[in-house]
Write a protein that binds this ligand. Structure first.
Ligand SMILES: C[C@](O)(CO)[C@H](O)COP(=O)(O)OP(=O)(O)OC[C@H]1O[C@@H](n2ccc(N)nc2=O)[C@H](O)[C@@H]1O
Ligand SMILES: Nc1ncnc2c1ncn2[C@@H]1O[C@H](COP(=O)(O)OP(=O)(O)OP(=O)(O)O)[C@@H](O)[C@H]1O
Length: 298
């Protein structure tokens, strides 16, 4: 890497789906849903170095896809194509902390962070709406990370209403299985006719613990626990301490706590070999906070 080329290090955060309802299936096969995305102050670390050699080098260990299929590579490619600047290049190196196929949006968050980081380093000057639309082309979960606010989502996950969620610490457990999002969405046993929450139910867009207790739940949960018993086992274990739910299509399960200490004390009790982490919920994405700091320093 060239030490004099502009560089930037950003965190690509995880998300949790605090509730998730599937309302129906569209003609294009995608599903209409409603979900609350809670961003977390925990994620992968992406280091970007901008070049002008037209090459995108990606060092991303522990991800089971070919480099050209990696969402980071695809995001960089899409951005420079959109801007018609194929002479731009980048060296990107990733430290993964988020498990793939966990329902915590690792790949989607990596894609969004790449759009945000390279838009800045390459001086593309695309606005957030344009970046969110590019993100949507890469995956339904990408726009929320581009916009960088915890949100109530509708449509396929791209119609976002920012919300303020009661500050909590989350304990996330990752059972040792990998769930395919596409396979679950196409399973005939999936519940696809849940009643929609009205926007009026969002009240003042402040989601307190009462709201979460009333609306929490995930339509994927029964099917995932049937297909992957270890998910149900992890959730049942966590449920001894607090209300516990599946996030996205799993495999991760989570519970919210009032304090970091409370979350850690439960985490310390987990059976040997169980993986997971404790993280603070953050309504403004850590990526956006880092970018603002970076912009202020130059
Ligand atoms: C389950 C969630 O994680 C909730 O946040 C998302 O809805 C999934 O978002 P994602 O992983 O970004 O999904 P994508 O990569 O866009 O799509 C993966 C596959 O899931 C299915 N899919 C996804 C989102 C959606 N609203 N309806 C769908 O039917 C499609 O078959 C698609 O081929
Ligand atoms: N940079 C990346 N990081 C992780 N996974 C990636 C990446 N690029 C492509 N993928 C592929 O995307 C798949 C899903 O990854 P991701 O981590 O987003 O799953 P997830 O946590 O279930 O997300 P979601 O909740 O958005 O469905 C992985 O199994 C992997 O094959």
């Amino acid at each position: 890497m060239n030490a004099s080329s502009p560089s930037l290090t950003l965190t690509a955060p995880a998300k949790l789906n605090l509730m998730l309802r599937i309302l129906g299936r569209r003609n294009d096969g995608y599903h209409e849903l409603q979900t609350v995305f809670q961003l977390l102050d925990f994620g992968d670390t992406l280091d970007f170095q901008a070049t002008r050699d037209g090459l995108i080098h990606l060092h991303c260990p522990n991800v089971d896809v070919a480099p050209e299929q990696n969402l980071i590579y695809r995001a960089a490619q899409l951005l420079r194509q959109h801007c018609d600047r194929m002479h731009l290049g980048a060296s990107i190196s990733v430290e993964k902390a988020l498990p793939s196929g966990g329902g915590i949006g690792g790949g989607s968050s990596n894609a969004a962070t790449t759009l945000l980081g390279l838009n800045h380093l390459w001086g593309c000057e695309l606005d957030i709406d344009t970046l969110a639309e590019l993100g949507r082309q890469l995956g339904a979960d990408v726009p929320v990370f581009v916009r960088g606010r915890s949100a109530f989502a509708e449509g396929v996950g791209e119609r976002l209403t920012p919300v303020n969620i009661v500050p909590r610490w989350y304990l996330v457990l990752k059972p040792a299985c990998h769930v395919s999002t596409a396979a679950l969405f196409s399973d005939p046993r999936l519940t696809r006719d849940s009643a929609a929450i009205t926007l009026a139910a969002l009240r003042d867009r402040r989601l307190n613990t009462h709201w979460l207790d009333e609306y929490a739940g995930n339509d994927f949960q029964p099917l995932v626990e049937d297909l992957y018993p270890e998910v149900g086992e992890a959730r049942a274990w966590l449920a001894q301490y607090a209300k516990a739910y599946l996030t996205g299509t799993g495999a991760c399960v989570f519970a919210g706590f009032d304090s970091e200490a409370a979350a850690h004390s439960v985490f310390a009790e987990r059976p040997a070999g169980w993986e997971g982490f404790v993280a603070r919920g953050a309504d403004e994405s850590i990526t956006h906070r880092q970018l603002a700091k970076f912009a202020a320093s130059v």
